[in-house]
Ligand binder design. Structure first.
Ligand code: ADP
Ligand code: GLC
Length: 489
């Protein structure tokens, strides 16, 4: 099965969040179940610099008259199965050759021409499905998030060169990021006027790339079964729940997984001491090293709570900030690695100044430090308001840092709350709380402290967590089965 995977990011070359982790792991995982995957990516500098032995396979013209070449090469550092991943890249320096963040300028404002930049990504996918590369045509196009969401619309609305349609799967990683633009840009999207309608990509008088994906894709998936249900409700549907309910029978939740080639404490080159479930001595050494590196008191028996995250409301920062005193007063420590909202970053820094040796904050993005934090911490905090899947709670499980999560989306699907019953039958893996309130979050903190004071019980929960099957095999099979159904349709 030939699959074209379209995304704006790919680990380890370009990452702003979990989307990159998934886009980087999926090709290899799918190769393992017999799929032939190629990626299509924008020509960001981070991609162009490592695309090896590339050649132009074709060109297309944008509605505003620019010519865009599509290159095919090998992405060094990303596995596509037997060798490096074969990838197509949009060779359009005018659109993509900009330093820093792929979506925003230095002042953190979205680029004014983002509709053009990501429309081009969707067109390129459709052109490839229509035979732009005479040597390889995908049987299915798998798009991720709004950046690639114009592809399903083009595949439905453009005149088709051959009778056989190429189906598209659209995976929603986060419904909250819509890719919404002023109606005036519609003329630049290369779609027939009828598409700007309620039955199309119009959303409250504006253009929504997200809606293009949801409306025109042959099938929609999202990254956990619980989130697939939640987005069909007005509370979590971001205004698109009606459309999602209408398409409920073409909407599937496939839980994300962990790339164990990257996230495994027994092999991780980023951490000071490697360890495994049956030999955990290295974890205590990792904790001491992390405390030392972060300016936290070197206290082995202080439970170390950690968060590695975008610093936003979604990730539960209001709860985290209000709960700092509870952690410190009970003798715990808090370490945060993240970047995002300036006000929340500042509030974190104030907490750090107020509690020297007990609270540490690293602002910025640091992949190696993230690994060291999962290895060195005792509890991974993910108190999200909503969470399509969430990856850090799974990294916490693998690294023996018990996740403390709110029971929403993929968090509910991956963590089993420690209560008397789950402790007794040894299925507990962490702490799950319900309402998005300070009281509920802080009660979960107290439960974590209580369990920490029972080392034998703590060790059992940690063992169960570390031994969870979180690898890609199951998800890869689910995607392949879905692809097969779609292609056969
Ligand atoms: P989201 O995609 O919503 O941000 P996920 O939990 O799915 O959340 O994925 C976040 C990914 O980004 C994880 O791999 C996490 O380790 C990583 N990450 C987030 N913030 C940072 C940071 N400041 N430094 C390093 N890695 C980070
Ligand atoms: C999004 C979601 C996150 C998910 C990730 C990968 O960024 O916010 O929950 O884990 O995509 O699918």
């Amino acid at each position: 099965m030939r699959v074209l995977q379209v995304s704006a990011e790919i680990f380890p070359l370009l990452k702003t969040g979990g989307l990159a982790d998934i886009a980087g792991a999926l090709p290899q995982a799918l190769a393992g179940v017999g799929c032939n995957v190629r990626a299509l990516l924008p020509g960001f500098p981070a991609i162009g610099q490592v695309l090896q032995a590339s050649r132009v396979v074709g060109e297309f013209r944008t509605p505003w008259g620019e010519s865009v070449a599509v290159r095919l090469g090998q992405l060094a550092g990303v596995s596509g199965g037997a060798g490096p991943l074969s990838a197509y890249m949009l060779d359009a320096p005018g659109l993509f050759d900009r330093p820093g963040n792929p979506y925003e300028d230095a002042a953190r404002r979205p680029y004014a021409d983002n509709h053009r930049r990501f429309a081009a990504l969707g067109w390129a996918a459709a052109h490839l499905a229509y035979g732009l590369d005479s040597d390889w045509t995908p049987q299915l196009v798998h798009c991720h998030d709004w950046h690639s969401a114009l592809a399903p619309a083009c595949l439905k609305l453009w005149p088709r060169p051959t009778p056989a349609a190429v189906p598209s799967l659209y995976t929603v990683h986060n419904l909250a990021y819509h890719g919404v633009f002023d109606a005036s840009v519609f003329g630049e999207l290369g779609l027939p006027p009828a598409a700007f309608a309620v039955d199309g990509l119009e959303f409250h008088g504006q253009v929504s790339f997200m809606k293009a994906g949801l409306y025109y894709a042959d099938h929609i998936s999202t990254v956990s079964p619980t989130y697939a249900r939640e987005i069909q409700t007005p509370e979590q549907g971001c205004g698109l729940d009606g459309l999602l309910r209408a398409r409920w029978d073409q909407l599937t939740g496939i839980l994300n997984a962990v790339d164990e080639a990257v996230w495994d404490p027994a092999k991780d080159a980023h951490i000071s001491h490697r360890y495994r479930p049956e030999r955990l001595a290295g974890k205590a050494l990792c904790k001491a090293a992390l405390q030392g590196h972060s300016g936290l008191d070197q206290q082995a028996d202080a439970p170390l709570f950690a968060m590695v995250s975008r610093i936003t409301e979604q990730k539960g920062l209001p709860l985290l900030l209000a709960g700092v005193e509870e952690i410190v007063a009970r003798g715990g420590q808090l370490l945060v690695l993240g970047s995002g909202d300036a006000d929340l970053e500042q509030a974190l820094q104030q907490q750090c100044q107020r509690h020297p040796g007990r609270v540490a904050v690293h602002l910025g993005y640091d992949e190696a430090l993230a690994h060291r934090i999962f290895a060195g911490s005792d509890i991974t905090l993910v108190p999200s308001l909503f969470e399509p899947c969430g990856l850090t709670q799974m990294y916490g499980l693998k690294y023996g840092s018990l996740p403390l999560v709110r029971g929403v989306g993929g968090l509910a699907d991956t963590v089993t709350d420690a209560d008397l019953a789950t402790l007794e039958d040894q299925t507990a893996t962490g702490f799950v709380f319900g309402p998005f309130t300070d009281a509920a979050y802080q009660h979960a903190l107290r439960r974590a402290f209580a369990l920490y004071r029972r080392p034998a019980a703590w060790a059992r929960v940690r063992q169960t967590g570390m031994r969870q099957p979180l690898g890609w095999a199951r998800a890869a099979q689910a995607y392949r089965a879905l692809y097969q159904r779609m292609v056969a349709h």
